[in-house]
Write a protein that binds this ligand. Structure first.
Ligand code: NDP
Length: 452
C-alpha cells in the first residue's frame, strides 16, 4: 500500500467538509482540508448565517410598525444599513475563528489555497502536492446567471450581503429561496423592491397553496411582483441600471439588480473530470448512496452533488461519509421528510409532501386554515397565516405540513419529528394545543377540503 501524506484530504471547508474532516480527525485519522476562501463555506460566510442576521436586522421594521397599534409612540427610528453590515461582518469573523478552532482541536490541517486534483490520490495547492488515501469533494455551489446582455451589471447574493449602502430601488430577478429572502430584507430595510419572476408564482416545487398565499402576502408588504416577466437586457446608465423587460420595450430604472436564478455546482477547474470523476451535465459530482463517485477513493457531499442543497443535509452527508469510512459504522442519509424553510417575510416552512406529490401516491385528505393571527388584530397589519395538512386518506398518516406565517420554521421543526415518527391525523388531533398560539391550529384542524 502506498504511503500517503493523509488518510483524507477534503476540498472545501464548508458545512459538509468540516463535519466530515473534524470527525475523521477526532478519530485519529490524518486529515487536511483545502480551502481557497474562508473557513465556514457558503452557509456561514455567504448564505444562511449572514442572510439570517440581515433578516433579524430588517425585521425590526415590522416590530416598530406593529408597536403603534399597541400604544407605542415610535418616532425617529431609522436603520443604519452600514452598521448592520459591519455588525454582521464582525459575527462572521468570530464564526470563522470558531470553525478554525474546531478543525485545530481535531488535529485537522488547514491548507490555504485552491485544491486541484492531479490524480485520484494527489491534490495540488499552488504548486505544492499533497497525497491522500481518500479524497472528499465538498466544494459547494456558486450563483448561476443567465447569459443576457449587460449581465455584468447584476450582483448576486454574494455581493448583496456586502452592500455598503441601502439602495433606493432594487430589482430582484428570480422567484426561488434566495430571491424571496432578499426581497424581504431589502423591503423591510426601506428600499423599493421589484421582483421579476418568469412564472406566475414564487417558489416552484412548493405546495401550490403556499406559492399563491406567499405571493399575496409579500405584495401586501409592498414588494412589486412582476409575474410572467423576463429580463431581456441590463445596461449601466448615468443614474443606475436600466432593466429591459419582456418584448414590448418597457424598462425599469434600478440602483441595484440582483440575480437569484439558481446555483450551480462549483466543480469546474479542479481536475475532477481529468481524474476520471463522472460529472452530470450541470457539473454535479455523481455519487452513489454512500457518497462515492465513479472513482472509488473519491467521494463528494453537499451542494456540489446537487442532491438536496441544504446545509443540514450536507452536514448529514459529511457525517455519514466519515462514519462509514473512518469509524466502521456504515451510514446513509435518508432524504425522506426533510423539513425546510424560506425566510421570506412572512416566512414559509414545510415538511413532507405537497398536495400534488401526495395525490400521485393515492387518495388524500387536505386540511387548510387561513386566519388573521391574534397579534395583528391590534397591530392593524393586514397579514394572514396559512397552515395546511396533507393526509393519506387510507392510513390517516400525515404526509405533509405546510405553513406561511410568523414563526413557521420554529413550528415546523417540531412537526418534522412527528412526521418522522409516522404520526397520523388522529394523533395530531389527540394532542392538546398550546393556547393561545398560532401553532395550536395544527392540532385543531377539522374541516376537510377536497384535494384539488
Ligand atoms: P432556486 O433554484 O430556488 O430558484 C431559482 C429561481 O430563478 C426560480 O424562480 C427560477 O424560475 C428562476 N430562474 C432560473 N433561471 C432563470 C432565468 N434564466 N431567468 C429568470 N429566472 C430564472 O435558486 P436560488 O438561487 O434561490 O437558491 C439556490 C439553492 O440554495 C436552492 O436550491 C436552495 O436549496 C438553497 N437555499 C436554501 C435556503 C433555505 O433553506 N432557506 C436559502 C437559500 C438558498 P422557475 O421557477 O420558473 O424555474
Amino acid at each position: 500500500m502506498r504511503d500517503y501524506d493523509y488518510d483524507l484530504i477534503t476540498i472545501g471547508a464548508g458545512s459538509g467538509g468540516v463535519r466530515a474532516s473534524r470527525l475523521a480527525g477526532g478519530w485519529g485519522k490524518r486529515v487536511a482540508v483545502v480551502e481557497k476562501s474562508r473557513v465556514g463555506g457558503t452557509c456561514v460566510m455567504r448564505g444562511c448565517v449572514p442572510k439570517k442576521l440581515l433578516i433579524y436586522g430588517a425585521h425590526y421594521a415590522e416590530e416598530f410598525e406593529d408597536a403603534r397599534g399597541y400604544g407605542w409612540t415610535v418616532a425617529g427610528v431609522e436603520l443604519d444599513w452600514g452598521a448592520l453590515i459591519e455588525a454582521k461582518n464582525r459575527e462572521l469573523d468570530r464564526l470563522e475563528g470558531v470553525y478554525g478552532g474546531i478543525l485545530r482541536r481535531n488535529h485537522v490541517a488547514l491548507i490555504d489555497g485552491k485544491g486541484v486534483l492531479e490524480d485520484a490520490h494527489t491534490v495540488d495547492v499552488a504548486g505544492e502536492r499533497f497525497t491522500a488515501e481518500k479524497i472528499l469533494i465538498a466544494c459547494g455551489g456558486w450563483p448561476a446567471l443567465p447569459n443576457i446582455p449587460g449581465i455584468e451589471c447584476a450582483i448576486t447574493s454574494n455581493e448583496a450581503l456586502e452592500l455598503p449602502d441601502l439602495p433606493e430601488h432594487v430589482v430582484i430577478v428570480g422567484g426561488g429561496y434566495i430571491a424571496v429572502e432578499f426581497a424581504g430584507i431589502f423591503r423591510a430595510a426601506g428600499a423599493r423592491v421589484t421582483q421579476v419572476i418568469r412564472g406566475a408564482e414564487l417558489l416552484r416545487g412548493f405546495d401550490e397553496d403556499v406559492r399563491t398565499f406567499l405571493g399575496t402576502q409579500i405584495e401586501k408588504r409592498g414588494i412589486i411582483l412582476r409575474r410572467n416577466t423576463m429580463v431581456r437586457a441590463l445596461a449601466k446608465t448615468n443614474d443606475g441600471i436600466s432593466v429591459a423587460l419582456g418584448e414590448d420595450g418597457e424598462t425599469l430604472r434600478a440602483d441595484v439588480v440582483m440575480y437569484a436564478t439558481g446555483r450551480a455546482p462549483n466543480t469546474h477547474g479542479i481536475g475532477l473530470a481529468e481524474a476520471g470523476v463522472e460529472l452530470a451535465l450541470n457539473g454535479a459530482v455523481i455519487v452513489d448512496e454512500w457518497n462515492r463517485s465513479s472513482v472509488p477513493n473519491i467521494f463528494a457531499v453537499g451542494d456540489c452533488t446537487d442532491r438536496v442543497n441544504l446545509t443540514p443535509v450536507a452536514i448529514a452527508e459529511g457525517h455519514a461519509f466519515a462514519e462509514t469510512n473512518f469509524n466502521s459504522n456504515p451510514r446513509r442519509v435518508s432524504y425522506e421528510n426533510i423539513p425546510s424553510a424560506v425566510f421570506s417575510q412572512p416566512p414559509v416552512s414545510v415538511v413532507g409532501l405537497t398536495e400534488t406529490q401526495a395525490m400521485l401516491r393515492g387518495p388524500i385528505d387536505v386540511y387548510i386554515s387561513r386566519f388573521r393571527p391574534m397579534r395583528h388584530t391590534i397591530s392593524g397589519r393586514d397579514e394572514s397565516t396559512m397552515m395546511k395538512l396533507v393526509v393519506c386518506a387510507d392510513t390517516g398518516r400525515v404526509l405533509g405540513c405546510h405553513m406561511v406565517g410568523a414563526d413557521a420554521p420554529e413550528i415546523i421543526q417540531g412537526l418534522a419529528v412527528a412526521l418522522q415518527c409516522g404520526a397520523t391525523k388522529a394523533q395530531f388531533d389527540a394532542t392538546i394545543g398550546i393556547h393561545p398560539t398560532a401553532a395550536e391550529e395544527f392540532v385543531t384542524m377539522r374541516e376537510k377540503r377536497p384535494a384539488e
